[in-house]
Design a protein around this ligand. Sequence first.
Ligand code: NAD
Length: 493
Amino acid sequence: MVRPESLPETGTVQNYVGGNWQTPSGTDGQDVINPATSEKLAHVAFSSADDVDGAVRTATEAFEEWSGRPVEERIQPLFELKQLLEAHQDELAEVLVQEHGKTRAEAKGELRRGIENVEVACGIPTMMQSGTLLNAAPEIDESAVRKPLGVFAAVTPFNFPAMIPLWFLPYAVATGNSFILKPSEQDPLVAQRIFELIDQAGFPDGVLQLVNGGVDTVNALLEHGGIEGISFVGSTPVAREIYETSAANGKRVQAQGGAKNHIIVTETADLDHAARKTVGSAFACAGERCLANDVAVVEESVYDEFVDKVVSEAEAQVVGYGLEEETDIGALITPEHERRVREYIETAVDEGAELLLDGRDVSVEGYEDGNFLGPTLFGGVDPDMTIAQEEVFGPVLGLLSVADLDEAIEVLNRSDFGNAASLFTGRGADARAFRHRTDIGNLGINAGTAAPMAFFHFGGRKDSFFGDLHAQGEDMIHFYTDKTVYIERWPNA
Ligand code: NAD
């Protein structure tokens, strides 16, 4: 097993505070398990409120010096971090596959997306500038400047344990703040390995901290008066709670929640392309993606033809251990989560959906203890069925037939979520209607998964997002700074 060098013999995941590795002092905790083999990889001891307090104090001290450094100096460790992440991506991907279960190619793709955020944050000297206006009033010039605010924290989910921390971390420190990451307790090892690289990149001690833990650790962050703002990514009920508690505690907050995403396929679409992309979107990362489009809404004139194409694409998917090259669909994160997804499949059968491909009997030779599920397809799905409404987060795709684009858009707009959707069409007017009439944050046209590049914000509406400023890109500069206006008069006399 590839493991972080700072992981001690005891296997207890370490915090990184003030440039030192520390064992969290909490007594609660949980094991980190390889989802494909059931092998124990490490143990997470949850950080206590005292641990959190220590990290916040250290970060606050570091902020004093760091925020005053010339911006050009602040971005040098980020350039170094980018190089280190590039140089170590194979081994980072391996750590990630072992603790998460996704495939090596997916892990590398995730790292690439994370590295892109480091690259964008290196442009902070330009991105952080604000406006100046000469002669704003008689003899008065006015300018606005962006100032860093202090200590920020991010609480991140299990499904992209390398990328999602990097949606926040590079921008927080490039703008002059200090930052604390609380990664998912389910797969925290890749974050520890990234922090080993951060340790080599040349950031002053205390600017970047890693604090491991569970719910109580998060609550200690939310309640700490020394933290200016919280970024959260995870499930909707927790996102809503984090948003409300953070706001009640006077903090800035951006909270990204769960999703239920749709693909629309019209009769003018390239059906082969649409089928390939639909299968890729629904089943990549075993469906454990907030951008997975797991309901395909298809115009009835091409429904049967499209279903046949999707079935044959899905049947070709290979389920297996993520470290094996031929694997398309890796393991689900835990046996409990696998059980939950199986329950969704049973519910869909009970509610009358047509089971076109059943992934429940899958068995992976050599990995009989893994949390595997094969690609599962339902046809004849009704918009009121549970699998059409709730986030399944597994390799399950539902197909439903609609009369036309108007009805398809209605189905999308009935959803409580507004994270992403894709449209496959050959008509510009369809694309325009889709853009104008949906209330969804990331829209793909003839693209299977609507994942924005790092220099664009990552959208999200309705129950998929609580807040106003999103992750990535320019929104991050706004989140991590506040503006002061200078009004200057220098009379001649
Ligand atoms: P989760 O909500 O269970 O956990 C996310 C984080 O919150 C973890 O760090 C966890 O320790 C902490 N947490 C869990 N319960 C908490 C509580 N009651 N109080 C305080 N903190 C708590 O989510 P998950 O299972 O790790 O991740 C999957 C979810 O994340 C899915 O719903 C998925 O759609 C969502 N997600 C959303 C986006 C997005 O951009 N909108 C991106 C990735 C994942």
